[in-house]
Design a protein around this ligand. Structure first.
Ligand SMILES: [Zn+2]
Ligand SMILES: [Zn+2]
Length: 590
C-alpha cells in the first residue's frame, strides 16, 4: 500500500513509481518553473522578492526614476530576504549591547531655568485644580484643564521628554461617568516579598580582575518558562489531554508580557541597578510561550531564581467561571438602552464598571487569574567575543523571522488536536478589558458598543497561529545599545560604504533603499521628491524584470564587496603584524 514517495511529490498524490512519459503533462510539471528559480536566486542574493516601487523625481531637472525599495518584512513567509536582513540587524543590536562596558546613553542635560519654571507652573495648576474639585467649582476645573493643556504644550516645545503626569480623566473619556472610581486597595498588585533597593542609573555590569591583572566583564543568558499545565510527551502534546489545563495555558499566554515586565521591574529593584536585556518570546514545543534574554552584566543565579519565583501578575477582572452565553445564543444590543442585554429577558448585562465595583465590594474576591513562572529558570554566564556568545545570539534570533504558529508546525494528528484544544480556549478567553468575549460571560466590556462580535474579536490573542502570544516578540530594554534598529541599519550601510570607498547611491540603492533617511544624502533629499509608483505605471515594469535587474546589480555589487574585503585584508596584514584590531566586527552584517 504505502509506496515510498518520491522526494518533492505530495504524499496525497497517487504516485506510481515511474518516470513520466516524455512530453506528458506530468513531465512538463516536473520541470522547475523559471519564475520560481528567479525567486530562489533573489533569496540567495538577499534581494527583496516583493519590492516597493518608488518614484523619485529630481526637482531640478524634473526627471523621474523608479527605484525599488525592499519591503522590509520581518517574517519569512512575507519576504525571506528582508526577514533575514532584519534578523541580521537584530543580531547586530544584541551583539552590540550585550557586553558593552560604557553607559549607552549619556545622562540628560541639566534643566534650564525656563524649563523648571514651566514645571513649577504646571504644579500650581495641579494644586488649583484639586482645590476647585473639592469646592465643586466645575467650570473652574474646565478652565484649569485648558490651562494645563497649554502649559504641557509649552513643556513639550521646550524639548522635555515625556509627560509630566498622566492626563486628567474627564467625564467623556475612558472612565465611567459620575466621577472617579475609588480603587480599593485589593486590586493593587501586591509587592512580592523581595529585598528592595534604590535603582541606580547604572546599566553596565561588574568588571572582574583575574590574578594576572587582566579584567573581564561577563554577561548572561536567561530563559524564563511558564508553569506546567500537565505532563507532556516529547512531541509537546499532553500525556492526558483531558487533564491538561488549557484554560490556564491560554490565560498565561495572553498575560505573559505583563509577567515579564514585572520580572524586570522586580529584578532591578532587587539588584539595585538598571539591568538591561534583549531577547525574544517564542513558543515551546508544548505551544506555551517562553522567553530568552541576553542580560548585560552578571546576576547571581539564585537571585534570578528567587526573583522569578516571587514574581507574579494578578488579573483583577470579573470572573469567567460561568460562561452564560454561547455563540448560538448571544446577548443582544438594545438600541434604546445603548447596552447589551439578555436575549430572553431583555435585562441589560452588568457594565464593566459595575462588574469591577462588585469585585471591590466583595471582601473575599480573588483575582480571576494569576500568572507565574515555572520552576525551570535557566541562566548561565557568557564571555564576550566567544563562539558561545555568537551561538547564543543566533539562538535568540532563531525564530524571529517566523510567525509564532510556524515555529513548531503541527505534523501529526496528535499535535493538531493539541493546537485545536488550545485554540478553542483562546477563542473564548478575553484578551483585554474591551474584548467582545466578555459578553459570553454576561458582562459588557469597557466601552461596549453595538459592533462587538463575541467569539470573533480581532485581538491577536484569539488567532490560531499566534498561540495566544499577542504582543511584541522582540523585547529590548531602553538602554540596551543606545540605538534604535534604524541606527543599526545606518551602521551597516556606513560600514559597507567605508569598505567600498564610494558614496554613489547606485551601489547601495538596491541593498538599503534607505536613501531617504541617509545622513549623507541630506543635500540630495532636498532635490528629490519621492512617491509610491503604481504597479501599473508603464515605467514600473513587470515584477520579474525588476527582480532580474536587482539580482544582477546585487551580484555585481557582491563581487565588488568581496574584492574590497580581500584588498582590505591584504593591506591589513601588510601594515600591522603587531597591531591587533579586534575592534571591527563586520562579520555577519553582510
Ligand atoms: Zn522584501
Ligand atoms: Zn479579544
Amino acid at each position: 500500500m504505502n509506496a515510498p514517495t518520491l522526494p518533492g511529490l505530495e504524499p496525497t498524490a497517487p504516485t506510481p513509481a515511474a518516470i513520466p512519459r516524455p512530453g506528458s503533462r506530468a513531465a512538463r510539471m516536473a520541470l522547475p518553473r523559471s519564475v520560481d528559480i528567479l525567486k530562489e536566486i533573489a533569496a540567495e542574493y538577499g534581494v527583496c522578492v516583493r519590492p516597493l516601487a518608488m518614484r523619485r523625481t529630481d526637482l531640478d531637472t524634473g526627471l523621474t526614476e523608479v527605484i525599488d525599495l525592499p519591503c522590509g518584512a520581518t517574517r519569512e513567509d512575507k519576504c525571506g530576504p528582508c526577514a533575514k536582513k532584519n534578523r541580521r540587524l537584530r543580531q547586530a543590536q544584541i551583539r552590540e549591547g550585550w557586553h558593552r562596558d560604557d553607559e549607552p546613553l549619556p545622562g540628560p542635560e541639566p534643566a534650564t531655568e525656563a524649563q523648571k519654571s514651566l514645571i513649577l507652573f504646571r504644579a500650581h495648576l495641579e494644586f488649583s485644580r484639586d482645590e476647585a474639585i473639592r469646592a465643586a467649582q466645575w467650570d473652574q476645573v474646565t478652565d484649569i484643564d485648558e490651562a494645563i493643556g497649554e502649559v504641557e504644550e509649552a513643556i513639550a516645545a521646550e524639548g522635555l521628554r515625556g509627560r509630566v503626569g498622566p492626563p486628567h480623566v474627564t467625564e467623556d473619556s475612558d472612565e465611567e461617568p459620575g466621577g472617579r472610581r475609588k480603587r480599593s486597595t485589593k486590586r493593587r498588585q501586591d509587592a512580592p516579598d523581595l529585598p528592595r533597593r534604590k535603582v541606580e542609573r547604572r546599566t553596565v555590569g561588574k568588571t572582574y580582575t583575574a590574578p594576572d591583572g587582566s579584567t573581564f566583564r561577563p554577561s548572561m543568558w536567561l530563559t524564563l518558562t511558564l508553569d506546567s499545565y500537565g505532563p507532556v510527551r516529547p512531541d509537546g502534546t499532553p500525556v492526558n489531554p483531558d487533564r491538561y489545563d488549557y484554560r490556564r495555558a491560554a490565560w498565561d499566554a495572553a498575560h505573559f508580557p505583563r509577567l515579564l515586565d514585572r520580572f524586570w521591574q522586580n529584578l532591578r529593584r532587587c539588584e539595585g541597578w538598571n539591568v538591561q536585556y534583549a531577547g525574544c518570546v517564542e513558543p515551546q514545543r508544548r505551544l506555551a510561550p517562553h522567553a530568552h534574554f541576553a542580560i548585560r552584566g552578571t546576576i547571581p543565579r539564585d537571585i534570578l531564581r528567587t526573583v522569578a519565583a516571587a514574581t507574579y501578575h494578578q488579573v483583577w477582572w470579573p470572573s469567567v467561571d460561568v460562561q452564560r452565553y454561547t455563540l448560538d445564543r448571544l446577548p443582544v444590543w438594545d438600541e434604546q438602552a445603548a447596552a447589551w442585554a439578555d436575549p430572553d429577558t431583555g435585562q441589560p448585562l452588568s457594565t464593566w464598571a459595575e462588574a469591577l465595583d462588585a469585585i471591590d465590594e466583595d471582601p473575599d474576591a480573588e483575582p480571576v487569574h494569576v500568572v507565574r513562572f515555572g520552576t525551570q529558570v535557566d541562566a548561565r554566564g557568557v564571555m564576550p567575543g566567544t563562539n558561545d556568545a555568537e551561538r547564543t545570539i543566533r539562538y535568540v534570533t532563531k525564530y524571529i523571522t517566523k510567525n509564532t504558529g510556524d515555529c513548531h508546525k503541527a505534523t501529526t494528528d496528535r499535535q493538531r488536536k493539541h493546537l485545536d484544544r488550545l485554540w478553542q480556549q483562546l477563542r473564548i478567553t478575553p484578551c483585554t478589558d474591551r474584548c467582545a468575549n466578555w459578553l459570553l460571560y454576561g458582562i459588557q466590556p469597557k466601552k461596549a458598543n453595538a459592533k462587538l462580535k463575541p467569539g470573533r474579536c480581532k485581538g491577536k490573542v484569539h488567532q490560531r497561529d499566534t498561540l495566544g502570544i499577542g504582543g511584541r516578540r522582540i523585547l529590548i530594554s531602553r538602554d540596551w545599545s543606545g540605538k534604535t534598529l534604524a541606527d543599526h541599519k545606518h551602521d551597516v550601510r556606513a560600514w559597507v560604504r567605508a569598505l567600498l570607498g564610494t558614496t554613489t547611491d547606485s551601489a547601495t540603492a538596491s541593498d538599503t533603499g534607505q536613501l531617504i533617511d541617509d545622513q549623507g544624502a541630506t543635500t540630495e533629499r532636498a532635490r528629490h521628491a519621492w512617491e509610491l509608483a503604481r504597479p501599473d505605471d508603464p515605467d514600473v515594469g513587470p515584477m520579474s524584470h525588476r527582480l532580474m535587474r536587482s539580482i544582477s546589480e546585487r551580484a555585481r555589487w557582491r563581487t565588488e564587496l568581496l574584492a574590497a574585503k580581500d584588498r582590505a585584508a591584504q593591506e591589513h596584514s601588510d601594515l600591522s603584524a603587531t597591531q591587533h584590531s579586534a575592534q571591527h566586527d563586520g562579520e555577519g552584517t553582510q
